[in-house]
Unconditional design. Structure first.
Lengths: 174, 255, 174
């Protein structure tokens, strides 16, 4: 592997990393010396000098961000209003969170019988749902709750105003 | 010809049918329908012998094949009108098969593309770049809190149902005799009740078993069953009680 | 604003856009001709040639992704796999929706010869399919179509890139 190869791999890793990429992490993936990774970071930094994208040092690692000079252009893009209504899957997920909160992704998936990652994500994105700490126990999974935004959209003053759920009946009791 | 079928898992009747045709290396426009129908039935039988569930779709296809086979045995009707050519009874099936085969080709193509596309990694949207999150205009639209409740109740009910169904797989086979004992007891105690109330467990095997027992008991005149409207509840009662309580003219369950 | 300036702004916009950036959208933000944006896309494309990052044409727009040559390295990064491959049943159902859209569940089942509820549900869940209104007629069944996410998932720029459908003729008829 040449230095150029390594630089390109690091470039790809930075873009794909879910968190700012530390030199330790990159060194681990590439199985090279962390100091060498630092040198590669520097090379990338100068490569992106004067571009619309910049390599930013943050939280002990690096990530690509847009150059601050172009912030106002990004603002214009950011004002994009998205009109797509929630998918039926997301709406069902929201209903479950509303009545079962605080609730974990696993619990939601158990009730719905399907993976609910994208449904939960789209609720988080639209700020109808937020994290509410972690559940004690194995894996300490994240708990979810509804937000103030949720109340606003449904015209509710508080969660108490949600329609009462039917008393759960044991079908064998009837 | 004796034909050995491997117990492959087929996605559906068309999947199986195409496989049989491919193995025979015959022209899709000239399917030897008698042979193919026989192999199709053999496959279903082999499933049944292994106590595997045969979905209704396979049974429907089997009957279609037999129907075509029967129609092909009939002598072609002499037509007065020369232009009115007798249609080949296999045509409709072949057209559906070709359509299905096309989509299967496409799905292979999609699977390949999926693999290729999975090699491109975009940055994750959650990452804290200069990205401004988009504004969502009223994401819930005209959904009311009541709708929300309905969605929740429905999901929850399906879940409870499902949970019981999953536990079936590890349960033993339901005994018809036990069902019969239970049903006689409930009828004796209560005189009349809904079919659904006869169930000790709301699991699919138990429901089917109870239904079979009810049919058998009706045949023997032990009980009668009445359904007041389509898809409505079925009421089961002892004959004496039933005659008193139900007007004539109401729909009787036929069996 | 020079062409170089415009290129850098577009570069920043592509990175910042939560969805693939179309030339129409970029032209709107920059208030320039969409054809000019196309030229800028091409310039960026060649600028990133041979790098770890690539400008990918997708779903009618462009986005930055890692170069496919480095997929194995990204895998080592242990990024959560979001795109688990679809089941054969889901793929078959999706193929039908792609060509027959807008299409009802009933039509799909007729072609496949089997119940397709769970396949359709899993496609809705992953937002590869969306509802597209209801069909006039008895029961007013829901119609389904493919989404932009469908194009992204399969690396397609548009539906035209799918294989052509040829009518097969019965050779015995001729």
């Amino acid at each position: 592997m040449t230095l150029d190869d390594a630089e390109r791999i690091v470039e790809a890793l930075v873009l794909a990393s879910p968190k700012p990429l530390t030199s330790a992490r990159a060194a681990d993936v590439l199985d090279i010396d962390p100091n060498l990774v630092e040198r590669l970071f520097e090379r990338l930094e100068s490569r992106y000098e004067g571009r619309g994208i910049t390599l930013r040092r943050i939280a002990g690692g690096v990530q690509f961000t847009t150059h601050p000079d172009y912030a106002e252009w990004i603002d214009r893009l950011g004002r994009q209003v998205i009109n797509t209504p929630l998918s039926p899957a997301a709406l069902e997920t929201l209903a479950i969170i509303a009545y079962e909160q605080p609730v974990t992704r696993g619990d939601i998936e158990k009730i719905r019988g399907v993976r609910s990652d994208s449904a939960v994500n789209s609720l988080l994105e639209r700020e109808l749902t937020a994290e509410a700490g972690r559940k004690e126990g194995p894996g300490r999974p994240i708990l979810y709750r509804t937000t103030d935004q949720f109340l606003v959209h449904f015209g509710l003053n508080s969660l108490d105003e949600l329609p009462q759920r039917e008393a759960e009946q044991n079908p064998l009791d009837s | 010809m004796d034909y050995q079928i491997h117990i492959d898992v087929f996605d559906g009747p068309f999947d199986l049918l195409l496989d049989l045709i491919d193995r025979q290396e015959v022209d899709i426009w000239d399917i030897p329908i008698a042979a193919i129908a026989e192999q199709f039935l053999q496959y279903i039988r082999s499933l049944q012998e292994r106590d595997l569930v045969v979905s209704g779709d396979f049974l429907v296809m089997a009957s279609t094949l037999l129907q075509i086979k029967a129609r092909m045995l009939l002598p072609a009707r002499a037509s007065d009108d020369e232009e009115n050519l007798e249609e080949d009874p296999r045509d409709e099936l072949v057209e559906r098969l070709l359509e299905y085969r096309f989509f299967r080709t496409v799905s292979d193509h999609l699977a390949e593309r999926e693999e290729g596309a999975a090699r491109f990694f975009p940055p994750l949207p959650a990452k804290e770049t200069a990205i401004r999150p988009p504004v969502y205009s009223n994401p819930v639209g005209d959904v009311s809190p009541a709708t929300l409740r309905r969605l929740y109740e429905t999901a929850k009910a399906a879940f409870l149902d499902n949970e019981q169904r999953t536990s079936d797989t590890i349960q033993r086979v339901v005994s018809l005799a036990e069902c019969a004992v239970n049903i006689r007891q409930v009828i004796a105690e209560r005189g009349e009740c809904r079919f659904i109330d006869l169930l000790l467990q709301r699991t699919r095997p138990y429901i089917i078993a109870s239904f079979l027992v009810v049919l058998e008991m009706i045949r023997h005149g032990e009980i009668i069953a009445v359904q007041h409207k389509d898809f409505g509840d079925i009421f089961v009662s002892s004959p004496a009680k039933g005659d008193r309580d139900h007007d004539l003219g109401r729909r009787r369950a036929h069996c």
